[in-house]
Write a protein that binds this ligand. Sequence first.
Ligand code: KG4
Ligand code: ZN
Length: 345
Amino acid sequence: MIVLGIESSCDETGIAVYDSDKGLLAHTLHSQIEVHAEYGGVVPELASRDHIRYLIPLLEQALQRAGKKKSEIDGIAYTAGPGLIGALMSGASVGRSLAWALGIPALEVHHMEGHLLAPMLEDNAPPFPFVALLVSGGHTLLAYVRGIGQYELLGQSLDDAAGEAFDKTAKLLGLGYPGGPALAALAEKGTPGVYKFPRPMVDRPGLDFSFSGLKTFALNTMQKAAHADGSDGELTQQTKADISLAFEEAVVDTLKIKCCRALEQQHCKTLVIAGGVGANKRLRADLAEMSEQLGGELFYPRIEFCTDNGAMIAQAGCFRLMAGETQPLEIDARARWSMQDLKAI
Ligand code: KG4
Ligand code: ZN
């Protein structure tokens, strides 16, 4: 079965062609960084317009790269939520209409299920069951995954998602948008031990997270540093790097402690990282070290499939279409959508 996947939930337009036998055939991606950079964050209306501009050209390009004609597509999978409603609607409208015109089924895909199953795009796919750490710009959660659609929520962020905390702290440091990768890059130049940030909620039982306090801690640290003896109210690039490093260490350490707790609680040795923050090098390295110490195995997708992309949507949609899932013709994108509502296949 050949499935065309469409991702348009936020600030990236992604299209992919996935073959149920051969795996991913081709994918294309357009990032809206240039559109939103001058505003310091994603402007929803501009995001929708940009998706509309790029969806069809990217779709043509992906099919060409895959060596497939539209008539060879057996099904279309598009992100129906969660995300920005206008952005979702643009991909959903293209997906449903094209499927209708071609007389093939179209299926809604949950964006976070796409992320969660993204490590299966790799040759060394994780076996079920596993503990998944899903860390993106909008969500941070730990789930016990028994199979596709069988997601037991173990814990989640009570306030800011990990990616959101990275983005907001980066903004405070004047690093602009997108903040996470910029802060991580600056942290590489930081000196360890200059600043120490707290590890929120690790001394409490349970697997929930809270990252909003770290952003406030960063602000206080910046203000103190700016008024320290010898400073003229401006932070040096080195101080910004030292704060970035201390912040990154705190987020990564907190995630690591909770992942370890989740694996022990579930008597599981397989850990999966997915979502945009999964691209963070320190997180990957620290969790790999922890998994090794526990005698377990860590799985994550290549960097380009950590952040938003069409391949993960095409794959998740293909799994569900192959299982015979069908849906009515209406276009029903939603900004909020719980993963718990997904059907097991
Ligand atoms: O999964 P994703 O592409 O979009 C959502 O579904 O939200 O995740 C985007 C998030 C942003 O908050 C971004 O700053 C963060 O992932 N991110 C990173 C890194 N690369 C992306 N955070 C930390 N370090 C990175 N290298
Ligand atoms: Zn995402």
